[in-house]
Ligand binder design. Structure first.
Ligand code: C2E
Ligand code: CA
Ligand code: CA
Length: 647
């Protein structure tokens, strides 16, 4: 019989290419990846022995018969084993629990094992094939068993895929369902035309589909830097935590500061080249592997051996390198990095906790609270835990709108009355005790919760104003604090107007306070918003003036009614004459520009005298009143209304 092995030879080359690329791809030693490697190996060996056996059978007269027999037997064992390998691969994709796979495999392996025994006994039975010096190779009466076993595994793959279709991602489902069908189709062609050997091509096609869609580097490798991506790191850590939960390791994240500047100054392409160069440097420093692209401008280094000197040396090398300039073509630049380091203690922390810890360490390093490198120690983990609790409390309080509002009256110098007040959010009781604004406001801002919190506060303030008005208590306006984040909301003006309108509160009774740093960050957004608010009669006030490095030209052009001098300006003016002179002149300038000036943080009689002397219009401070809950504020305002009436 004549055989055509051209397709097999091409398949062998293709398979070789897949093998090389698959090895370069995901390094994750997961069951799925290991079985994929096994599939490639078995298929490669099956095709190789098939080609070899065909050549040997052609030349059986010149080659010792026993060697042809051995190679042919290996080929016959491996061919249906390819089916078994794909079946196992299918199981590894469907089931994440290896004990489930083990149970199915213990049954599923039986046909393969029986078939292998049949092949091993073939020299005595000649059931599958016969090889002799007179006729060469002769097909045995049960040669179809080889194909049947292969079909059986392909069908089993289809059945398991179909049965678990709801658990599997649609894309993966389609691929898992397609590749055994394809393999079966090719083998049917092979049976119809036995002279064209196609079994290897069928297997190679199946592997190619799997490789391109499931095992592809895209999933695990970052295209730009050619190192594994964040998902691969998460998978790797997940695997390490699951398999060796007691093993300690160290994870470091190197975060580039102001990387955006390179893109802005030199263009995106140069930025990309810098990232590649940086990544190569990290790979060299960290000994090649275990460098991951953690995010756009962050790289993770995984130290699987917890060797303190190695880690220290690596960190020092990075720091030293970052002190030197980088050269990308004609551009030279220097960039700073911060490094967050987390040690996994082998105490069974979850992957989520580990990632939160490293992100926290990086954010702490970025904030400069612990220098350029931040080791996430026990203390920090505790504060991270507290932060998590605060977030939970904020979410709960936001959900049922149960945080409390305090109000601090603001004294008007000319009238000697309290017509205004600032609303201040408070959490006086919670499962972790009282939480102060200095703690929860930054957290609410970082998590974006402040956006909805502010809408709830505005609603509460409107209701409070309505309540005072219904009791005949006069209030000029209540100030509501708006964080910088609020201005990122595209429909901010509409939401604010809708809340005020829904409550039927006079718009002039609301004053929106935003800080100087908010203005410095988003001058255009704030200006546009202020104009809209002014058009509807809502007031705007600049808070914390003197702390935010805003452009004075922007400040004087925004239509807001008041400028609140930050407490620090008041306090420093007490000690320093030059500061006092500057604040006095600033106050005059703002007043000449038609704004009212508020002094904040006035605690003593001396401070009061000083700010009155500066010419401020209003005073807010503990000297007059501390922030107080709604009921007390109502009593305070009522008392003052009565006093006013008596006057
Ligand atoms: P802020 O907007 O500058 O609010 C004024 C802060 O100064 C308040 O602190 C107030 O209690 C405090 N204060 C007033 N008079 C004096 C004084 O004479 N001496 C001293 N030492 N402090 C005085 P509080 O309530 O702790 O709030 C701190 C910051 O938290 C606020 O600064 C504001 O930035 C933020 N915050 C508070 N409540 C809210 C809110 O409802 N929304 C937003 N977005 N931020 C808020
Ligand atoms: Ca304020
Ligand atoms: Ca302030």
């Amino acid at each position: 019989m004549e055989w055509n092995i051209a397709a097999e030879c091409i398949s062998l080359v293709m398979l070789g290419i897949i093998w090389v690329y698959a090895r370069k791809g995901s390094r994750l030693p997961s069951l799925k990846n290991r079985i994929f490697q096994w599939c490639v190996m078995v298929t490669f060996s099956a095709i190789f022995t098939n080609i070899l056996s065909t050549v040997m059978i052609y030349n059986y007269v010149r080659i010792p018969m026993w060697s042809t027999l051995v190679v042919t037997m290996i080929y016959f064992v491996l061919t249906p084993l390819m089916g078994l390998a794909y079946f196992l691969y299918t199981l590894s994709v469907i089931y994440t629990d290896s004990s489930q796979i083990r149970r199915i495999v213990s049954v599923g392996i039986i046909p393969g094992a029986v078939y292998t025994l049949v092949i091993l006994s073939n020299p005595f039975t000649n059931w599958i094939f016969d090889l002799n010096m007179n006729d060469g190779y002769i097909r045995g009466p049960f040669i179809s068993v080889t194909y049947l076993v292969f079909y059986a595994y392909c069908i089993a793959s289809i059945v398991f895929t179909f049965a678990n279709r709801r658990q599997i991602d649609r894309e993966i489902y389609r691929i898992l369902a397609a590749f055994p069908v394809l393999a079966v189709a090719v083998i049917i062609v092979q049976q119809v035309y036995p002279s064209v050997i196609l079994s290897g091509s069928a297997a190679t096609c199946a592997l190619l589909i799997i490789y391109l869609h499931l095992q592809n580097r895209q999933i695990s490798i970052d295209y730009l830097t050619n190192v594994p991506n964040r998902q691969e790191l998460l998978d790797m850590l997940g695997l390490v935590l699951k398999k060796t939960p007691k093993k300690t390791f160290v994870l470091a994240v190197v975060s580039l500061r102001d990387f955006r500047q390179i893109n802005n100054a030199c263009g995106q392409q140069k930025g990309d080249e810098f990232l590649k160069a940086m990544c190569q440097f990290l790979q060299k420093t960290h000994g090649g592997s275990n460098v991951y692209r953690f995010s756009g401008d962050e790289f993770a280094l995984l130290f699987t051996q917890e060797d303190e000197t190695q880690i220290k040396k690596c960190v020092e090398t990075i720091q030293e390198r970052m002190e030197q300039p980088w050269q990308i073509d004609e551009f030279h630049f220097k960039l700073n990095v911060v490094i967050g380091v987390v040690q996994y203690s082998g105490e069974g922390e979850s992957l989520e906790k580990l990632i939160n810890s490293i992100e926290y360490a990086v954010s702490q390093a970025k904030s400069g609270k612990c220098g350029q490198i931040c080791y996430c120690n026990k203390e920090m983990l505790e504060s991270l835990e507290r932060r998590r609790k605060v977030i939970r409390i904020l979410k709960e309080k936001l959900e049922d709108e149960s945080f409390q509002m305090y109000y601090q009256p603001i004294y008007s110098v000319r009238s000697g009355q309290f017509y205004y007040a600032e609303s201040l959010m408070r959490i006086p009781d919670s499962p972790i005790g009282p939480i102060y604004p200095s703690e929860f406001i930054p957290i609410a801002e970082e998590t974006g919760l402040i956006i909805n919190i502010t809408y709830v506060i505005l609603n509460k303030v409107c209701k409070f104003i309505n309540c005072l008005m219904s009791k005949g208590i006069y209030i000029g306006s209540i100030h509501v604090n708006f964080s910088a984040m609020q201005f990122s909301q595209p429909n901010l003006a509409e939401r604010v107007l809708a809340i005020i309108e829904a409550n039927g509160t006079p718009p002039s009774a609301i004053k929106i306070e935003f800080t100087e740093s908010t203005l410095a960050e988003n001058p255009q957004l704030v200006t546009d918003f202020a104009l809209k608010m002014k058009a509807h009669g809502i007031k705007m006030g600049l808070d914390d003036f003197g702390t935010g490095y805003s452009n004075i030209a922007t400040v004087i052009n925004i239509p807001f009614g008041t400028v609140k001098l930050d407490k620090s300006l008041v306090w420093v003016s007490m000690k320093n004459e030059n500061s006092a002179l500057a604040v006095r002149n600033l106050t005059r300038t703002f007043k000449e520009l038609g704004m009212k000036v508020v002094a904040e943080g006035v605690e003593t009689e001396e401070q009061r005298k000083l700010v009155v002397d500066f010419g401020v219009d209003q005073i807010q401070g503990f000297y007059y009143a501390k922030p107080m809950p709604e009921v007390e504020m109502e009593t305070f305002m009522l008392a003052q209304s009565k006093k006013e009436q008596r006057c």
